[in-house]
Design a protein around this ligand. Structure first.
Ligand SMILES: *Cc1c(COP(=O)(O)O)cnc(C)c1O
Length: 356
């Protein structure tokens, strides 16, 4: 007798955390702001009276209210998750039946496909045109191929490109499939491009938000799904009751209630990514073929030398993100941006000399 793992998990490997300590980390699109002292104190006070012997609030009332207040949406439409990662997992595993079709786009966030195959959906991928979603093509494809769910990030990780509100609405209104719209980076673009204010008008839309990027609280693992009452009801029914721990609920509420502070962080990060773009833009050429600024807190760079540049930067103890044929660099502090630019210039110039 012998137990064997089933096919879908037997070749998986655990996520490998990067154990090396790098001098500069511009690889995960996190905010570069750590909590200010006034907020640390507020959080400490709030945590002092926590009853750790009691289970968390399953509906995370205070937290969803703070989220609703910050983003102008009714807390009745908000479900909190242990990171948006958990919400993607819950949605993919429960809103799709085995073998039903999940549409993703390429390039886009890789977790969508991962959960799709883990839960035995049939994942299909549409290649973007010149890095953009072709909405007409997508609508036709979804209708013709019996797609049950579509998921994409807007603005997109890793391209940094945004699809306009009008185009996004047109896509959702034209299909029967459930559309999961991951707005993880929307705070860096423009509130007016978000669909949060119209989410209730659609019977097939879930918007995902996270505290891991502009809110600067990746460590808390807090994500949000916003949808009409019918979908919200289903989401709350299928999630595990105590999915968001009390400490994260309290800390998240404290942070989300500091609207002015968060606005200032967003403005500074937006300024930082523009400054970084101005600094590296002159390096565009034979090696860095195209540097995209986009509407997020990172740059997307097309280059045939992605792997070589990535490795050379690690030698300088600078970590960025490497993909096949392109690089992604998160905007950091002024000092981090300068150090990155200097190291990158040296690497690129050396490569261009060997080209010539
Ligand atoms: C970073 C990121 C998230 C955030 O995930 P969490 O689990 O909330 O940390 C979600 N979607 C995209 C596209 C991201 O890049």
């Amino acid at each position: 007798m012998a137990y064997e793992l089933c096919d879908k998990i037997k070749n998986l490997t655990p996520y490998e955390p990067n154990e090396t300590h790098y001098r500069i980390r511009l690889d995960a699109n996190e905010s570069y702001f750590s909590l200010p002292d006034f907020l640390r104190e507020k959080i400490c006070d709030a945590l002092t009276n926590t009853d750790l012997n009691r289970y968390p609030d399953p509906l995370a009332k205070d937290l969803t209210e703070a989220f609703g207040k910050r983003f102008g949406v009714s807390p009745k439409l908000v479900t909190a998750g242990n990171g948006s990662d958990e919400l993607i997992s819950i949605i993919t595993s429960t809103f799709l039946e085995k073998g039903e079709r999940l549409l993703t786009f390429a390039p886009d966030f890789s977790m969508y496909q991962f959960y799709g195959s883990l839960y035995e959906a049939k994942t299909v991928t549409l290649e973007k045109k010149d890095l953009h979603i072709d909405v007409d093509e997508a609508i036709a494809y979804i209708q013709k191929n019996n797609i049950r769910m579509v998921i994409f990030s807007n603005p997109c990780n890793p391209t940094s490109i945004g699809l306009s509100k009008e185009e996004t609405k047109r896509l959702i209104a034209s299909v029967d499939a459930l559309v999961v719209l991951d707005e993880a980076y929307m705070d860096f673009w423009d509130r007016k491009e978000s669909l949060l204010d119209v989410v209730d008008q659609f019977d097939n839309l879930i918007i995902l938000r996270t505290c891991s990027k502009a809110v600067g609280a990746a460590a808390l693992r807090l994500g949000f799904a916003v949808a009409n009452p019918t979908i919200t009801n289903a989401l709350r029914a299928v999630k595990s009751p105590y999915n968001v721990n009390t400490i994260s609920q309290i800390m998240g509420s404290c942070i989300l209630n500091e609207g002015e502070y968060l606005n200032a962080c967003e403005d500074a990060i937006k300024e930082s990514v523009r400054a970084l773009y101005q600094m590296v833009k002159p390096l565009e050429g034979k090696v860095l073929q195209k540097i995209h600024l986009g509407v997020t807190n990172f740059l997307f760079i097309k280059t045939d030398k992605a792997k070589e540049i990535f490795k050379a930067l690690l030698q300088e103890s600078i970590s960025i993100r490497c993909f096949d044929g392109y690089l992604r660099i998160t905007a950091g502090t002024k000092e981090e941006n300068e150090a990155l630019t200097e190291a990158l210039s040296n690497i690129v110039r050396k490569m261009e000399e060997t080209y010539a």
